[in-house]
Design a protein around this ligand. Structure first.
Ligand code: FO1
Length: 311
């Protein structure tokens, strides 16, 4: 962005799960209507109990609806698990903890998809029922599942690895779904964007799938793109990222290591105080530990000011 660009930029946020949703929540609180579109990873999507589950879309949607639990981040605050208990009693799969209220989302989505809606259309309907007005766009309407190839040579569906196996098996390689076609909505939002924000999500399994959608990288090269580190002081706030960096790169986790993933199109990167490094693009250090609403708003404001200062 430069001085000729509008005071209120059109922002597209690329987001995965909980970390991404938290920054999106901050951006949602500081940007006016029409100024924010969120493009979400669907590489984690899978079928469970015959239902189409889109964990990252739901995490972003519940966060913007004010329904997400503060600590856990995914699912619905205060949800009960009676159906899951019944599944356990009857010997059905109970490793993926679907809450009773959360279940309605998967039922409605699956019904809409079976009736011929695209995932983009089904997501818009789910958001509208929860009065979420920001556009939340799946990165693609096609199936593009992420697979984890373990050191032992097993190929595991992403949720099998992350949740069922508790991210235990060492990762040799991440295989992204084959080049998914973007939707018209994703391409249009990116083309119109003044700023693209890469949220503090896992670069391999959350942002990587979005970047692998056809055409996305090419558009990012033409845009002001700012990333936020998901690593603070060498550790991931949530999830298996620090061990994934060690296993995949053979190096300790660091904010700089994450930035190297995006350097082909980064115009700026935001890190926690103490994590700054010198690079070909400006690096801002500010508080990126965003648990509370105030932290999220503070980071969103700092990020937008930083982006405005970039040329
Ligand atoms: N993550 C877990 O670690 N365990 C779960 O049982 C679990 C259930 C779950 C249900 C609905 C939902 O939308 C998300 C859920 N997640 C669960 C989170 C999710 O699988 C991951 O955090 C994301 O896929 C990574 O971004």
């Amino acid at each position: 962005m430069n001085a000729d660009r509008p005071e209120v930029p059109r922002v597209v946020a690329l987001a995965g799960g909980v970390g991404g949703a938290r920054l999106v929540d901050g951006l949602d609180r500081v940007l006016p209507a029409g100024a924010l579109t969120i493009v979400v990873n669907t590489g984690d999507d899978f079928s469970h109990w015959g239902l189409h589950i889109s964990p990252d879309l739901d995490t972003v949607m519940y966060t913007l609806a004010g329904l997400a639990p503060e600590e856990r981040g995914w699912g619905i605050e205060g949800d009960t698990f009676h159906v899951l208990e019944e599944a356990e009693r009857r010997g059905a799969d109970a490793w993926f903890r679907l809450g009773d209220r959360d279940l309605m989302t998967h039922l409605l989505r699956s019904r809409a998809l079976a009736a011929g809606d695209s995932l983009t259309e089904a997501t818009a309907k789910l958001c509208s029922r929860l009065e979420v007005t920001r556009p939340i766009l799946p990165m693609t309407d096609a199936s593009s599942p992420t697979t984890i190839v373990t050191r032992g040579g097993d190929e595991m569906a992403f949720q099998d690895w992350l949740v069922r196996a508790r991210a235990g098996p060492e990762v040799q390689r991440v295989e992204l779904g084959k080049a998914a076609q973007p939707t018209g909505q994703v391409i249009e939002a990116l083309r119109l964007a003044d700023l693209v924000v890469i949220c503090p999500s896992n670069p391999y399994v959350s942002i990587g799938p979005i970047l692998s959608v056809e055409g996305v990288r090419g558009i990012l090269r033409e845009k002001t793109t700012v990333g936020v580190s998901p690593i603070l002081g060498g550790r991931a706030v949530k999830g298996p990222l620090s061990s994934m960096i060690a296993q995949l790169e053979g190096k300790p986790a660091s904010a700089q290591q994450v930035a190297t993933h995006y350097e082909a199109f980064l115009d700026g990167f935001v890190v926690h105080p103490g994590d700054a490094f010198s690079a070909a693009f400006p690096v801002l250090d500010t508080n990126i530990l965003i648990q509370t609403r105030e932290d999220r708003v503070g980071l969103a404001r700092a990020l937008l000011d930083f982006a405005r200062s970039l040329r």
